[in-house]
Design a protein around this ligand. Structure first.
Ligand code: NAD
Length: 308
């Protein structure tokens, strides 16, 4: 495994992180034992940062992750969860709710501290409230030793950079924004990194688009993006390569990203993903894929309040 600095936190994290949303059955129903084995596979292969949220499976992902982490040396992994989002349309970034949320997450995860607490999908909230109320409330928890670091997540990169410029956050996380289909997070990353904010990339497979199975029904990408992605997957198959291999290495490679979170509840996929993250991919194949995806490169879907 390759390890990188998590901004200025002093933590070193694996370049591939484990995203635990599939433990909540977000993509498909899962076998809990497979989910737990996936967490152990990730840890055994050197993955040392895990991202989850109370939103994933309406607390189910945190509960399964808590079971998986029982008995694992607490100092051997960096545990990140979130607060503020609880259902598809249920957000509450008030100080009282996020403080209560952290207590609930600690109980589900079976620990007395979180390494990172993140405001979940800030574009659905009032950014002034995030800056003046939510983040200060989380900093109080930091002073109390319940959380070690504080960050924000979301889809629109501009909302993340605006909040990072307005106040100090230790990390930002965006998803589907540096993949074979989009480059926005890499454009913003050097300035954030230089200002001391760690940049974390998530969803290297575009939440399933860049896999042989394709995206789930709830995925926000329109037909043109799904079809181009499927064409790219066929091109890779013709070359004897799994598109997921190319997509994972492509997303995780830039050193400016502290880590890239990939989600799965399948131990075999997890093992492949770790291997793929570390193996260079033929640049000629990437160029061919880029040609197929060119018509939809940088397509974004709406997310959150229009003013954000
Ligand atoms: P992803 O791009 O990692 O894709 C996950 C999908 O790809 C799942 O269906 C999984 O079964 C499949 N998959 C994984 N490995 C595979 C392989 N080797 N072959 C074929 N298919 C494979 O998307 P994700 O899970 O949404 O994102 C990763 C993590 O990032 C999440 O679990 C979460 O922790 C984090 N994330 C955070 C936010 C946020 O904060 N707003 C949003 C999205 C993701």
């Amino acid at each position: 495994m390759e390890y990188r600095q998590l901004g200025t936190t002093g933590l070193r994290v694996s370049m591939l992180g484990y995203g635990a949303s599939p433990l909540g059955g977000v993509f498909e129903a899962i076998d809990e034992r497979d989910g737990i084995r996936t967490v152990h596979t990730a840890l055994d292969l050197g993955v040392n940062i895990i991202d989850v949220s109370p939103y994933y499976g309406r607390t189910a992902a945190e509960t399964v992750l808590g079971k998986a982490l029982r008995g694992v040396d607490r100092s051997s992994y960096v545990l990140a969860t979130k607060a503020g989002r609880y259902d598809t349309d249920t957000f509450d970034f008030s100080a009282a709710r996020v403080v209560a949320s952290v207590e609930e997450s600690l109980a589900r995860l079976g620990t007395d501290h979180l390494d990172l607490i993140q405001c979940h999908d800030i574009e659905f909230g009032d950014l002034d409230q995030i800056v003046s109320e939510t983040l200060p409330a989380l900093r109080v928890l930091q002073d109390e030793g319940k959380v070690r670091f504080v960050g924000v997540t979301g889809y629109p990169v501009a909302a993340l950079t605006r909040v990072a410029a307005a106040t100090d956050v230790d990390t930002v996380l965006s998803y589907c924004r540096y993949t074979l289909l989009d480059r926005a997070l890499l454009d913003a990353a050097p300035a954030l990194d230089a200002a001391g904010t760690a940049v974390m990339n998530a969803s290297p497979l575009g939440m399933g688009l860049l896999s042989d199975r394709g995206a789930p029904d709830w995925h926000p990408a329109p037909r043109a993006v799904r079809e181009a992605s499927a064409a790219a997957a066929r091109l890779c198959a013709d070359r004897g390569v799994d598109i997921a291999q190319v997509a994972i290495r492509f997303a995780a490679e830039p050193p400016v990203f502290a880590t890239t979170f990939v989600g799965t509840a399948d131990p075999g996929n997890m093992a492949r993903n770790v291997r793929w993250a570390l193996e260079p991919v033929d640049p000629a194949l990437i160029a061919e894929i880029e040609q197929v995806l060119a018509p939809v490169l940088g397509y974004t879907w709406p997310s959150g309040r229009t003013e954000n």
